[in-house]
Design a binder for this molecule. Structure first.
Ligand code: HT7
Ligand code: ZN
Length: 847
């Protein structure tokens, strides 16, 4: 496969002034007629080429003309080349495509009888011949003909007749934002009036039967529209905003202009069928896609190397939104748990790449935690460094200066340089260097002066063999021995490999609270004593660092249990007992304090420390800790559970969700002591999915769930999204030695289908997340996963390739497991006609 390099970018020789598309829909023989007006691109400095290349894959060319003269272009599997004369010209073509057989879910495909599209990143080339690159932006007019009550495309409807609809999108856009939907759908409708008084019709289109699951998504959309006006001054720019829910979708959702397409799991919600986490995720994804209207659509990317320009910024914006809608500390802590779990692992292994990669073979493989989540962290650091006011001023300049552009990271940073006067040359390394910096700090106190000495070092990787020091904003506070604050949060700007900062005039030796709010995506080593950590746990005014100290105590105790066979640390148990019982804290925070580091996080920490992680020992230590917690909480668990029982009607808000999560943390302890009686009672009385599912999971984990599992299946067999939970839960709650067999058994269930990404991920996503189960010494899970990746690859390369990342940590483990994983990686790679997506992923992983 060909490698594409950032440094090879050249502008496209032509602009596309307009695109007219006409679709005649048919499951196996959809015809697409296109009329595309090309003109010489003034930004192209070379001599205008004599031939033109248009992307096109898996489409049958019926006819082609330039300025009315028939052509016989040279066709390859990647596109066509034809002769062109100088000046402007009109390209016309007719192609035929087969949406019903498009199982890759890229381009135009069918899902449960409806037509839909997914064009990001390079799917438009499966619809018609076109310069399918994000810097080619054009105005689209689209006619859709077909025997379906609903026929949708981007922009505004200009003709609506029986079985025909014509749409016009006035905003120039790259082809990856094109969308089309057709089917027998029903709309949940509402409206929004923008800050300048524009009336916007809002529709959420779903399959008949799903109407009852739309209200929450619609509310989230309206809240997002309002928030973007209030916080960023960004207003919606069409008279219509449509969202469509689709059952078969490779990712969460897609921000097509005026016609967002969502995985049904990312938009459909009701109290009976969705958990609190589902509601929170849906709210965040709706916001994310809506925010893309400005950060992604109005200002798009020059090329796919700039993906973080839209994704990092939009993730940052959606996390701000969630913080405002819910609890800011809870959101920050959850984001850091996620970052450490997914992005740090990526940065530590063979898939490490910079936030802005410099080469790729298959761009779909770069929709990663590094581009998205680390990309958002980089925006957060920029904001911390320049301050809130300067940040919003720079964003205003970005929107004015680059509206309508296909922009770059250089453009983005220049806006900040121009509006703040800062030199961001060194800061730019966050975009170009892979790897997570290790930041260590030593502190010393003399007379009235505290000195903090920081050292940073980023481990070299294949992607960045010689990393240089980063600009690290380190938010610091100081807490006196009596618990009062000696210094409110101050941001230190570290730029060198080693740097000291002094704090004078102190009345007593304080305990430093370093990296408040997790102000930079680094691994921090701070040799605080347990007593100092306990002091910060009790008194730190920064909620993140309070949580972090508890986390560090939990980690330390678990690591001692794993590596030395130690007992659970009584001080840790006493600490969480105190916090969990502290009713001055909100329930969600108390629950987060109780959250134990995952097995995967412990494996990462062990690996970092140069120890080979032993999955069974990690599992056993967590189990032993869970038992010790159940003992330690025996006196209060029932009371805290009762005190946090929500008696009001279910609401998916942060307050109720916080109470449920704390109550359920207690239920987990109670279930270890009462044979599942309380969990069974909760299951039987639950009037919402959250409480029903948690109870079921606890019962299954305790080996007492068979009867309820059957009842659950009977109750929910017709609800696809709930059945995904049923599939996933059985794998994630299986004993390690049973996980692979459970997954295998579920693949034989009549409702299992590997062509639906949600169902495939329900089983295999749960298997690869089950650390001790996936890495069970038998190697059965490795083989099972490999078998299914080989089966899925020819049908859906994107979903296959994403799942391959389960093997990215293979070199961490003992030689037996390494050999087993390597054998499976090699076996998959040897499969004839393996997709470019999977080949690239596994080749990189193999190293
Ligand atoms: N921008 C969207 C990315 C996306 C996508 C990428 C590749 C293949 C399929 C995809 N579906 C959606 C989603 C987002 O980040 O908002
Ligand atoms: Zn996005």
């Amino acid at each position: 496969p060909k490698t594409i390099f950032l440094s090879d970018y050249t502008p496209y020789p032509w602009t596309v002034d307009s695109v007219d598309l006409h679709f005649t829909l048919d499951p196996h023989a959809t015809r697409v007629r296109s009329v595309i007006r090309f003109a010489p691109n003034p930004a192209f400095t070379g001599e205008t080429p004599k031939t033109m290349f248009l992307h096109g894959e898996q489409i049958k060319l019926i006819s082609a003309q330039i300025d009315g003269a028939a052509l016989d272009p040279d066709l390859t599997g990647e596109g066509l080349t034809c002769a062109v004369l100088g000046g402007s010209f009109t390209w016309e073509s007719e192609v035929e495509i087969d949406p019903a057989n498009n199982t890759a879910l890229e381009g135009l495909y069918m899902s449960n009888g409806m037509y839909c599209t997914q064009c990001e990143a390079e799917g438009f080339r499966k619809i018609t011949f076109y310069p399918d690159r994000p810097d080619v932006m054009s105005v689209f007019t689209v006619t859709v003909e077909g025997p379906h009550p609903v026929l949708l495309s981007n922009g505004n409807p200009v003709v609506t007749e029986n079985h025909l609809a014509k749409w016009h999108d006035p905003w120039p856009k790259p082809a990856y934002l094109f969308a089309l939907v057709a089917g027998d759908l029903v709309a949940h409708s509402d409206s929004f009036t923008t800050m300048s008084g524009r009336h916007v019709d809002l529709n959420l289109y779903v399959r008949p039967g799903d109407e009852g699951k739309c209200a929450f998504g619609m509310q989230a959309l309206k809240a997002s529209m309002k928030w973007d006006e209030d916080v960023y001054g960004r207003e919606y720019d069409l008279d219509l905003f449509n969202i469509v829910a689709v059952d078969d979708f490779n990712m969460g959702a897609m921000e097509n202009k005026g016609l967002n397409i969502f995985n049904s799991s990312a938009v459909l919600a009701s109290p009976e069928t969705s958990t609190d986490l589902n509601f929170e995720r849906i709210e965040a994804i709706i916001a994310h896609e809506y925010f893309h209207n400005w950060t992604g659509n109005r200002i798009t990317c020059r090329d796919w190397f700039q993906l973080c320009l839209k994704e990092g910024l939009t993730v940052y914006r959606d996390s701000q939104f969630t913080s405002d809608m819910r609890s800011a500390p809870v959101k920050r802590i959850s984001d850091v748990i996620d970052l450490r779990g997914r992005q740090f692992a990526e940065d530590q292994g063979p898939l490490a790449h910079p936030v802005r990669p410099e080469s790729f073979q298959e761009i779909n493989n770069f929709y990663t935690a590094t581009v998205y989540e680390k990309g958002a962290e980089v925006i957060g650091m920029l904001k911390t460094l320049v301050g809130d006011e300067a940040y919003y001023k720079a964003l205003d300049l970005y929107f004015t200066r680059h509206d309508g552009d296909a922009a770059t990271i250089e453009d983005w940073l220049k806006v900040f340089e121009d509006s703040t006067g800062r030199d961001l040359a060194q800061f730019k390394r966050w975009y170009s260097q892979a790897g997570t910096p290790r930041l260590s700090v030593a502190h010393s106190f003399e007379l009235d002066t505290l000195t903090l000495t920081f050292t940073q070092q980023t481990p070299p990787s294949a992607a960045t063999p010689n990393p240089l020091p980063q600009v690290i904003p380190i938010a610091v506070g100081l807490i006196y021995p009596d618990g009062t604050e000696a210094l409110e949060t101050r941001v230190l700007e570290m730029t060198k490999a080693t740097q000291s900062f002094r704090f004078t005039g102190l009345e007593d030796e304080p305990v430093p609270s370093i990296l408040r709010g997790f102000s930079a995506p680094v691994v921090l080593t701070h040799d605080l004593s347990d007593a100092d950590r306990a002091h910060l746990l009790a008194h730190d005014t920064d909620p993140f660092n309070r949580w972090e100290q508890g986390r560090m105590l939990a980690r330390k105790s678990l690591l001692a249990m794993i590596t030395e066979g130690a007992d659970p640390d009584p001080a840790y148990l006493a600490g969480i007992h105190k916090v969990a019982s502290d009713t001055t804290l909100d329930p969600a925070t108390r629950a987060l304090m109780l959250d134990m580091p995952s097995e995967a996080e412990l494996a990462t920490v062990l690996h970092e420390a140069g120890t080979t992680p032993a999955p069974a020992a990690i599992y056993a230590a967590r189990e032993a800790m869970a038992e010790a917690r159940a003992d330690a909480f025996a006196d209060v668990a029932a009371d805290i559970y009762a005190a946090n029982t929500v008696n009001e009607a279910y609401q998916p808000n942060a307050d109720q969700a916080g109470r449920r999560v704390l109550g359920n943390a207690m239920l987990a302890m109670i279930t270890r002591r009462d044979d599942g009686a309380q969990a069974a009672a909760q299951y039987d009385s639950a009037d919402n999915m959250n409480q029903q599912l948690v109870a079921l999971a606890l019962l299954v984990g305790a080996g007492k769930g068979d009867e309820k599992l059957q009842a659950f299946e009977k109750q929910w067999q017709d609800d696809r999204l709930v059945m995904d939970k049923w599939f996933g839960l059985q794998v994630s709650k299986a004993k390690p030695e049973d996980a692979a067999a459970t997954a295998r058994r579920l693949t034989e269930h009549p409702a299992f289908t590997h062509t639906n990404p949600n169902r495939f991920r329900a089983v295999f996503g749960a298997l690869v997340m089950h650390h001790a189960g996936f890495h069970h010494v038998s190697g059965d899970a490795y083989t099972l996963l490999a078998d299914w990746l080989i089966t899925l690859d020819p049908l859906n390369p994107q979903t296959t390739a994403r799942m391959c990342s389960a093997f990215q940590t293979w070199k961490r483990y003992d030689s037996d497991r390494q050999a087993k994983m390597l054998a499976e990686i090699t076996r998959i790679l040897a499969t004839p006609n393996l997709s470019r997506d999977t080949t690239e992923m596994l080749t990189r992983i193999k190293g």
